[in-house]
Design a protein around this ligand. Structure first.
Ligand code: FRU
Length: 424
């Protein structure tokens, strides 16, 4: 695929680099960038399903939006199988960890609603069985388009392949609750191209997913962020001076870090409705640093672009490490250059005593950060765990210039609206 960004009035740009030198500054357990301990006696939203990635309904400017006083979230969701022989161990007990670890293969998009921005009521599946073209419905973004309640759900259709898609429906409210209607026709938008973004043929472990459409507050155009890997055959990437950055003597050895090639992708819409997209070069690359920059999203604040993305300990490259959590970068204009927040990029990580307590953090423009509970240790040694599959306590964060600070903790799954839209 050939790109000519200038055609759409977009200035060509160089990706910003998250370097190994930046990542060497990551400090786990810094209290200003560490999520408070999640207690093992957390409440569970719903005992029939696991939920993980949480996607609040929002507008194209990023504002979390309620409709007729109802807050709405979408979640990746999978049934729990406490009685399925497949998930019983040799003693006949439910192996919840195995069930939880298998959830990605059967992920479906569900929705929930609430009058209070918490204690979410179960809505149901967004698309009927058979509507989505692939086995997995992976993360994306529900956008409230107007006061008629029209919603564009952008998400990732996975297995076979990985395609960024969208489906249009409508949110309908009554005094008693919320329902989703429509969501019947899925439109494929684009896939990795192999020139800018790595394809499955180039790397069986490629990532291409998690669309986050937005209107640029400065130029007013419609764009979309997504997760990708830098194009090229697996193992062919170079971790050179630029990717290494300014490191102390003895830190030049990059080991096998050429296998870690994450990037934050961006596309621009050719039309007003977001049905026709042109991929642009990545905004940010992490070659030699990390293999996954998932669910990228923005907070637009003080005329700056705060770019957030989630990542894992296990996806870091040789010689660098950091906690599971959300990382951030800031720029004065959409196409950068981006610099890592807090020097390292780490914004909110799990404490090292509970390294898997939460994941899939989503930073909202009001500074609140939602995430889900993965697993929390129930004994001193950390060998016994309790699996979550439910909403974590929301964290309050202040974003100030090049730094962020944890300042508050709120209730489980607290996602208050920033705007209310009265439907016509
Ligand atoms: C983040 C994530 C997303 C993906 C989904 C799959 O938790 O890995 O990148 O869309 O979960 O379950």
């Amino acid at each position: 695929m050939k790109t000519n960004p200038e055609k759409f009035g977009v200035t060509p740009h160089q990706p910003s680099l998250w370097t190994r030198a930046d990542a060497l500054k990551v400090r786990a357990d810094d209290p200003t960038t560490t999520q408070p301990l999640v207690r093992a006696d957390f409440p569970v939203l719903n005992n029939d399903v696991f939920i993980w990635d949480t996607m609040p309904l929002r507008d194209l400017d990023g504002n979390v939006t309620s409709v007729d006083g109802w807050s709405v979230i979408f979640t990746l969701t999978a049934d729990r199988h406490p009685n399925d022989p497949q998930y019983l161990d040799e003693d006949g007990n439910y192996d919840i960890l195995r069930d939880w670890n298998d959830r990605h293969g059967r992920a479906k998009m569900y929705y929930w609603f609430s009058r209070t921005g918490k204690n979410w009521e179960f809505g149901g599946r967004v698309m009927a069985e058979g509507v989505s073209p692939t086995a997995r419905e992976w993360a994306g973004t529900p956008i409230l388009l107007n006061d008629r309640g029209e919603v564009d759900l952008y998400y990732t259709a996975v297995t076979p392949g990985a395609t960024i898609v969208k489906v249009r429906g409508r949110v309908v409210t009554t005094e008693h609750g919320v329902s989703m209607v429509g969501f019947e026709k899925v439109k494929p938008l684009f896939e990795a191209d192999g020139n800018m973004y790595q394809t499955e043929a180039q790397n069986a472990f490629w990532g291409f997913r998690d669309p986050w459409p937005f209107r640029d507050p400065k130029d007013g155009k419609l764009y979309m962020l997504f997760e990708g890997n830098v194009a090229g055959e697996r193992g062919s990437h170079k971790v050179g001076e630029a990717e290494i950055g300014d490191v102390p003597p003895g830190y030049e050895d990059v080991g096998n870090s050429r296998y870690q090639t994450a990037c934050v992708g961006i596309a621009v819409a050719r039309d007003a409705d977001g049905d026709d997209w042109e991929m642009l070069p990545p905004l940010l690359t992490a070659v030699g640093v990390n293999d996954q920059t998932e669910r990228p999203h923005f907070v637009f604040q003080d005329g700056k672009y705060y770019l957030f993305t989630i990542s894992h300990t296990f996806t870091y490259a040789d010689g660098v490490t950091g906690p599971d959590g959300v990382y951030g970068f800031v720029a004065d204009s959409l196409f950068g250059p981006y610099v890592p927040l807090n020097g390292s990029g780490l914004v909110l990580g799990n404490p090292s005593s509970q390294p898997f307590q939460t994941y899939s953090h989503y930073v909202m423009p009001n500074g609140l950060v939602t995430s889900f509970i993965d697993s929390v240790p129930t004994d001193e040694t950390g060998t016994q765990i309790r699996v979550g599959g439910t909403e974590a306590p929301t964290v309050g964060m202040k974003i100030k210039g090049l730094q962020t600070f944890v300042v508050a903790e709120y209730d489980y799954g607290y996602i208050p609206p920033m705007l209310d839209v009265t439907l016509k």
